[in-house]
Design a protein. Structure first.
Length: 108
């Protein structure tokens, strides 16, 4: 129970920072919505952890709910890393194309 309270306090801190960044216009509305939903879901998962444990046991997993959530989060993180890598590669190609065009214009 103490761990859940500490986790909820940490989430409340991040949530307050999120609101502060939105008020200072340091993040866009889309980023705000994404992180708002993320932190709300994280808080809900912590609050309903016992229910998640029962659900996971009912599905047939041998681990606790938090372990299954950890495995899912690792998969999601790898997916985001993959998407980020693709985006960086696309940006690098665009930069190369722009630099090539600029150098050809300067040569003429």
């Amino acid at each position: 129970m103490l761990q859940q309270i500490i986790a909820l306090i940490i989430i409340a801190y991040f949530f307050s920072r999120l609101i502060w960044q939105k008020q200072k216009k340091e993040i866009s509305s889309n980023e705000f919505i994404f992180w708002f939903i993320f932190w709300i879901l994280a808080a809900c998962i912590i609050v309903f952890l016992k229910w998640i444990d029962r659900l996971v046991a009912g599905i047939g997993f041998s681990g606790s709910g938090i372990e299954v959530l950890l495995y899912i989060s690792i998969v999601v993180l790898f997916y985001f890393i993959f998407r980020l890598r693709l985006k960086i590669e696309r940006i690098e190609k665009n930069i190369t194309k722009i630099v090539r065009e600029i150098s050809l214009k300067d040569k003429k």
